[in-house]
Design a protein around this ligand. Structure first.
Ligand code: NAD
Length: 492
């Protein structure tokens, strides 16, 4: 252990203090590249989460009373601090998530962009002025904070995941309790420390609290805590359903950013080289650990063989590892690797053909890490388990169709609806696909991907509950609208 950028023990941040000082019964944080121990975190319990919520509740009224423009100026200072430490953030992310530095840098930059966007929203935290049916009456809406925001994030892109939720919550005047992802808590600690340390005129103590621990204990305590007014969760659909039930029981405001099994359609008029390049990136970048991963590729029969020849060759050429020259790293933990290899084995037993990959990487240089080679499966039924289940790894199913209509039906034959892409030169097909695919994002001639920080992201069906983050739409998650009516009389 002992790293120059972070301590051996990563403490919680509660009410501006970093506690506890050591890890009695803590949780190991390992580098997925080689399973080496990076640090330990506290296994926070419900009492610790309650202390964080209390600190947030105590600090929130002062923050809500701070003009939104001033809150934005503080966020600008945090964004500047993040930019100044971009390389440090990237190095931490690369270690704890097992990523190449160019990818980790890109993610750190995306987190800064998100911070800047929401800092600027402090000058635009708009309501609306409406007409009124009554003479002399002014009608308007104003945005008010919800109170305390309980945020739970996934490990796949830890810096943007932090930024996507923390900055919109803060600019709206909420205090935050964030439960970090237990596999990637170091970046949350580092970003929290940067935010707390921007100096005089920085974030007041207690406005941003960070608690480390397991989902079922620390995460669940946050979900159930009556002092949390709005919950935002990024993670699996399975856990999202549990949280939705709990939030429903409590009538708590909730935003869910969940899983995907995203289709990428290759039509018979597609630029095949472009489609192959995007299919590889969509399926395998970040080792397939993207909610927006293109894990179902749907190819027209007329170009199926030509596409597959290029796609399999390009996939076989991908290099595993975390060096700059590599294409994809490991998956996040051993449990995830085992679940994925077991799912591929079951699919093969059900008749799927594995064209490449399929088993844990055996090369000595990778054997200690959680490496799954990029895997292509064909011959799957659209309703087979592996067609309908998100694996969250570098495994892609390829299906054959003969018509555009068939492609759209198959694209939509999924419990999920997060992102989708089509490759075609035909504008009619492209726009018909964008209109009819059941997803929160539709891409023409590109990969399946998430949104830019100023755009709304979210899914339909089992991919979410209708909310959109980030973009200005995130302001709707983290603020309550209040109608204000002002009645005037004719001046005397
Ligand atoms: P996960 O649901 O197991 O865990 C995500 C987070 O929830 C972690 O912080 C975890 O500790 C916490 N958690 C787990 N159980 C909990 C519980 N009972 N109560 C409260 N919190 C709990 O998901 P994962 O496997 O770590 O992450 C991958 C999933 O996240 C995939 O399904 C992926 O598609 C999804 N994801 C979605 C988006 C999006 O924006 N739609 C973005 C990234 C990841």
């Amino acid at each position: 252990m002992a790293h120059e950028l972070f301590p051996d023990f990563i403490p919680n941040m509660i009410g501006g203090a970093f506690t506890p000082a050591d890890a009695e019964g803590g949780i190991d944080v390992v580098n997925p590249h080689d399973a080496s121990l990076l640090a330990r975190i506290p296994n926070s319990d419900a009492g610790t989460v309650a202390a964080a919520v209390e600190a947030a509740r105590a600090a929130q009224p002062g923050w809500a009373a701070t003009p939104a423009v001033e809150r934005g100026e503080i966020l600008h200072r945090i964004a500047n601090a993040m930019e100044a430490h971009l390389e440090d953030i990237a190095r931490i992310v690369a270690l704890e998530a097992g990523k190449r530095m160019p990818d980790a840098r890109g993610e750190a930059r995306a987190a800064v962009q998100c911070a800047r966007f929401f800092a600027g929203e402090g000058q635009r935290l708009f309501g609306r002025t409406m007409t009124s049916g009554t003479a002399g009456r002014w009608a308007m809406t104003v945005r008010q904070p919800c109170g305390v925001a309980g945020l739970i994030i996934a490990a796949n892109t830890p810096a943007p995941n932090f930024a996507w939720k923390v900055f919109p919550a803060l600019i709206c005047g909420n205090a935050v309790v964030l439960k970090s992802a237990e596999d990637t808590p170091i970046s949350s600690w580092f970003l929290g420390r940067l935010a707390a340390g921007v100096g005089v005129g920085g974030l007041p103590k207690g406005i941003l609290n960070i608690v480390h621990g397991l989902g079922a204990t620390a995460g669940w305590a946050l979900v159930e805590h009556p002092g949390v007014d709005v919950l935002s969760f990024t993670g699996s659909t399975r856990v999202g359903r549990l949280i939705a039930e709990a939030a429903g029981r409590q009538l708590k405001k909730l935003s869910l950013e969940l899983g995907g099994k995203n289709p990428l359609v290759v039509c018979d008029d597609a630029d095949l080289d472009n489609a192959v390049g995007w299919a590889c990136l969509a399926a395998f970048s970040n080792a397939g650990q993207r909610c927006a991963a293109g894990s179902r590729v749907i190819v027209f029969g007329a170009v199926f063989d030509a596409f597959m020849e290029k796609f399999v060759a390009a996939t076989r050429a991908l290099k595993l590892g975390v060096g700059d020259e590599c294409d994809l790293g490991p998956v996040i933990n051993a449990r995830q690797l085992e679940a994925m290899t077991a799912a591929v084995e079951r699919a093969a037993a059900d008749g799927a053909r594995i064209l490449c990959g399929g088993k844990r990487a055996a090369e000595p240089a990778l054997a200690k890490g959680f490496y799954m080679p990029p895997t292509i499966l064909v011959g799957l039924e659209p309703d087979a388990e592996i067609s309908a289940t998100e694996l969250f790894g570098p495994v892609v199913n390829v299906y054959r169709v003969d018509t555009f209509a068939e492609a759209v039906v198959l694209a939509n034959r999924s419990p999920y609806g997060l992102t989708a892409s089509i490759h075609t030169r035909d504008v009619d097909r492209a726009l018909a696909f964008a209109a009819s695919v059941q997803s929160g994002v539709a891409v023409i001639n590109g990969g399946t991907h998430g949104s830019e920080p100023h755009m709304p992201f979210g899914g339909v069906k089992a991919s979410g509950n209708g909310s959109r983050e980030p973009g200005t739409e995130a302001l709707d998650v983290y603020s309550e609208l209040k109608d204000v009516y002002v009645n005037t009389r004719p001046p005397r």
